[in-house]
Design a binder for this molecule. Structure first.
Ligand SMILES: [Zn+2]
Length: 426
């Protein structure tokens, strides 16, 4: 925890009321000038009591901090800190304290008066002492955010991550896009120079018109060689939001084609030092060149069959998905803590971390798909399409997808493309 202990904002005889508290981390630092009330007492007036000193401090959550520890370090009396935390309980879970979160504390005469922070882009939480030095009460305040839909496009020259960054795609949106395509795309072997993408996503603005963050990915397409893949966000009546192709099939399949974060892959093209091998008779799996320590995800729901050291494979995890399919993940720096044979895992669950253990020339994930125990080229494995929307649900989806296509056309005229990147080829 660090915070610069600001000089008291008050001079004798002046009462500074810091009416506007510092907004969230992404908002501009400039706040309206504090209101200044000069207590110019006439010489004949009775002696006024010294005005209470008001002081505002911003503390920032760092790894390992607890709210209690933070408050006490910032000069809050332990009893007051406990009371403020208790007051917050009905509106906030203390486990949601995030590293980097900023908390604004307001003191009067060195006693905590108010605590305020923004745990989510659209919500402020305030714990404030009652009138006359009473107990703390807490409440949540909705922030009025506006959502706009924006389009980013780009061509991939070195890596998807760089291209997306250059096109102004927020990291959370890129992560969502990669997850949506990871069932269908091998991000190591199927991305080539000049492949391109489009992403339509929400950006959130606060009441001052300042962009405060990214909302949902609404639509994404990837042009891989001559193949265009498209996904639309849609929330079926019965379930949470998901991505569907233009035919109304969910993107979810039994196995992920890319069981690591595709944004962290070194591009296959131009890489000389990573193995990035595809499936051959000699090499019975595919390699993903990702930095050491990158989380490895279970490609599908299943049961752990093996988790531990395995000679040339180094640290290895094998998952059994059903009577037919198994997947294997080799050269891990370490297996996820506690993972053991017999344990059930969910698709996307972290089962270990990329390393270079066993017979490996550098950090990478060696990934095998086995059918009835035989290693098989993952590229040749045909997965069943995901759940198909039908009837009324399909009709509703098509209306949503049509609206997205129209919006896409409208936005294409005003796309912001990275200065260095060429326009999307049609
Ligand atoms: Zn390999």
């Amino acid at each position: 925890m660090t915070f610069p202990r600001p000089a008291l904002m008050v001079a004798a005889g002046l009462l500074l009321v810091n009416a506007v508290l510092a907004p969230g981390a992404h908002a501009p630092a400039a706040a309206p000038a504090p209101t200044t009330i000069a207590a110019t007492a006439a010489p004949t007036a009775p002696v006024q009591p010294a005005p209470a000193v008001t002081d505002s401090r911003v503390v920032r959550v760092e790894t390992g901090d607890t709210l209690m520890g933070l408050l006490v370090d910032a000069g809050v009396a332990p009893g007051d800190a406990q009371e403020a935390i208790t007051a917050l309980k009905p509106v906030w879970n203390a486990r949601d304290l995030k590293v980097g979160q900023e908390i604004t504390l307001q003191f009067t005469a060195e006693r905590l008066q108010e605590l305020r922070f923004t745990p989510a882009l659209d919500r402020d939480l305030i714990a404030r002492r009652g009138e006359g030095g009473g107990h703390f009460g807490a409440r949540a305040e909705q922030r009025a955010l506006t959502r706009t839909v924006e389009l980013a496009t780009g061509a991939i020259h070195s890596s998807l991550f760089e291209a997306a960054h250059d096109a102004g795609v927020p990291p959370t949106v890129l992560a969502e896009m990669i997850r949506a395509f990871s069932y269908d795309v091998d991000f190591q072997r199927e991305i080539h120079p000049d492949d391109s993408f489009e992403m339509m996503f929400e950006r959130l603005y606060d009441e001052h018109g300042t962009a405060v963050g990214a909302g949902n990915l609404v639509y994404a397409s990837m042009m891989l060689g001559s193949t265009r893949l498209r996904v639309y966000r849609y929330t079926p009546g019965s379930a949470g939001a998901d991505f569907f192709n233009a035919r109304g099939e969910s993107v979810r399949k039994a196995l992920l084609r890319t069981p690591v974060d595709g944004a962290r892959l070194s591009s296959g093209f131009g890489m000389r030092f990573h193995p990035i091998l595809g499936y051959t008779k000699m090499h019975r799996g595919v390699d993903f060149a990702v930095p050491s320590g990158t989380p490895i995800m279970a490609a599908g729901d299943g049961v752990v069959r093996d988790a531990g050291w395995h000679g040339d494979y180094g640290n290895l995890v094998v998952l059994k998905h059903n009577g037919t399919f198994e997947t294997a993940y080799a050269h891990m720096s370490h297996v996820a803590s506690g993972l053991h044979p017999g344990q059930r895992v969910r698709q996307g669950q972290v089962i270990g971390y990329v390393g270079a253990t066993g017979r490996a020339t550098g950090p990478h994930l060696h990934y095998e798909v086995r059918i009835h125990g035989e290693a098989t080229n993952p590229m040749s494995v045909k997965m069943q399409p995901g759940q198909q929307l039908a009837g009324k649900e399909l009709a509703t989806f098509q209306t949503v997808a049509d609206a997205v296509d129209h919006k896409l056309l409208a936005l294409s005229g005003q796309t912001t493309v990275a200065a260095a990147g060429p326009h999307l080829p049609e």
